[in-house]
Ligand binder design. Structure first.
Ligand code: ATP
Ligand code: MG
Length: 437
């Protein structure tokens, strides 16, 4: 992509409510545009990043055997009345009527809808276990939408639902998802802490929030630093190993303020390992047994032919929130650096261009087509502007690698720079090798 052709409407005057870095940066680099309070359009740069996050989430869900589907955003109130949540959910739910006067709603989550899908088609334990998921827009009429895409009204979420015959089997599904979440966040270059959490209006007895560390986070966290020393690679993908994994993580003290008690913290964690910081919730998993299947009559025949309520869990990841959260976790001193797996571009070519000298631009275009041939997603800054402005701009956009075509480039050798480190002079073939790694 040529920068001159890319639709990146830079916002210079930031709105007063843009208080945190990710919100400011997403506006300044034209990743998003607010359409009304808590509701955003995703412009090409932001959309590209979100799609990469979505794809990692999808691959890691598929890897544990979860199956992708798509449920609608608009739901009928009937199923919510059956579960008893229609009144409980309160004002966060956007309620609407269709032209026949039927009560509808914009889904804030999908436990009821998936239970309805499941009960009409699955009748026997033989079809279990199942994990289904979709990646779909949700709407919650948050009382105070803020921090850009981190707490908005309309947001993009992956939500998965597991169905099992017994409580014991359901906990195996829970462990798989726990594992999948840790792998997902690792691939995005994030350190996520799973924390025992309250189950809130979703209900149930087993729940973990996945929190990444960031000063601007809304959750206060109290944890033992040793939690970061657990290596996920030591676990195998089988029930016993995954159970061991969850136990290893849960043994280490890590809680949000809801569960924090000073005495417990001091008793369980040595002073030098105590970590008291803030974090952003990027995922939340629940096991709630028959909380929905019972009132909604989602029954299956067990091994003896007896009808029993299916045991369910639900598992959410804030895909759109992650865009902001990753920025918060990586932004430093006016320089953004995307993790390579998420970056909107793999590399940017920055030629020094003046009105009278287009030689560097021509060289840059040659490099561009060479990299394109190699399937490297590259941005070419073909805008006629001084180099210091260009560098500032690319520090903001945060592409992890720069190829600078200017004074230091000679013949087939160019200045190559990984953001936040020193540049080196390399031949084009060496540059390609590095980028391909
Ligand atoms: P929070 O406590 O932050 O409101 P929640 O517990 O209500 O989150 P869940 O119902 O568990 O959230 O939703 C799953 C995930 O969806 C959350 O972990 C978060 O990443 C994301 N999410 C929830 N609410 C919002 C929102 N208003 N804007 C953006 N993402 C959200
Ligand atoms: Mg909430």
């Amino acid at each position: 992509m040529y920068l001159s052709k890319l639709f990146v409407p830079i916002t210079k005057d930031l709105p007063a409510e843009a208080k945190i870095k990710s919100h400011q940066l997403m506006l300044r680099t034209g990743m998003i545009k607010q359409s009304s309070a808590g509701i955003y359009s995703w412009l090409p740069l932001g959309f590209k990043v979100m799609k990469k996050i979505e794809q990692i989430v999808r691959e890691e869900q598929n890897a544990i055997g979860a199956q992708e589907m798509l449920m609608p955003t608009i739901q009928s109130s009937e199923i919510w009345k059956e579960s008893g949540r229609y009144n409980d959910y309160g004002e966060e739910m956007l309620r609407i009527k269709d032209r026949q006067g039927r009560e509808m709603l914009y889904g804030p989550t999908n436990e009821e809808l998936i239970t309805d899908v499941f009960r009409s088609s699955v009748k026997s334990y033989k079809a279990l276990p199942q994990i289904l998921y979709h990646i779909q827009w949700k709407f919650r009429d948050e009382i105070r939408p803020r921090f850009g895409v981190m707490r908005c009204k309309e947001f993009f979420m992956k939500d998965a639902y597991s169905f099992d015959l017994s409580d014991e089997d359901a906990r195996k599904s829970y462990n798989k998802m726990f594992y999948s979440y840790l792998k997902t966040f690792n691939r995005m270059g994030l350190k996520a802490i799973p924390m025992a959490a309250d189950t809130g209006p979703i209900g149930g007895d087993l729940s973990h929030e996945f929190i990444i560390l960031a000063e601007t986070g809304e959750s206060k966290i109290y944890a033992d630093k040793n939690i970061f020393k657990i290596d996920l690679n030591q676990y195998k993908f089988n029930d016993a190993s995954l159970q061991k994994m969850r136990e290893d993580f849960t043994k280490i003290y890590a809680v949000t303020d809801e569960k924090y008690k000073e005495v417990d913290f001091n008793k369980n964690v040595k002073k030098e390992n105590q970590m008291l910081t803030k974090g952003i919730e990027v995922g939340h998993i629940f096991y709630f047994s028959d909380k929905y299947s019972k009132p909604m009559n989602c029954l299956i025949d067990d091994k003896k032919g007896k009808k029993t309520s299916v045991k369910m869990g639900s598992y959410g990841i804030g895909v759109s929130r992650l865009v902001g959260a990753i920025i918060e976790a990586n932004y430093n001193d006016n320089v953004m650096k995307w993790p390579k797996t998420i970056s909107p571009f793999d590399a940017v070519i920055i030629p020094s261009i003046t009105k009278n000298n287009k030689e560097n631009l021509e060289k840059a275009e040659k490099i561009y087509s060479e990299l394109k041939k190699q399937n490297i997603d590259v941005l070419l800054d073909d805008v006629d502007e001084n180099m210091s402005n260009k560098f500032k701009k690319h520090d903001l956009i945060g592409t992890p690698y720069q190829i600078i075509v200017g004074l230091k480039s000679k013949g087939d050798n160019f200045e190559f720079k990984e953001l936040n480190s020193k540049s080196e002079i390399l031949s084009l073939s060496k540059i390609i090798k590095k980028l391909k790694k």
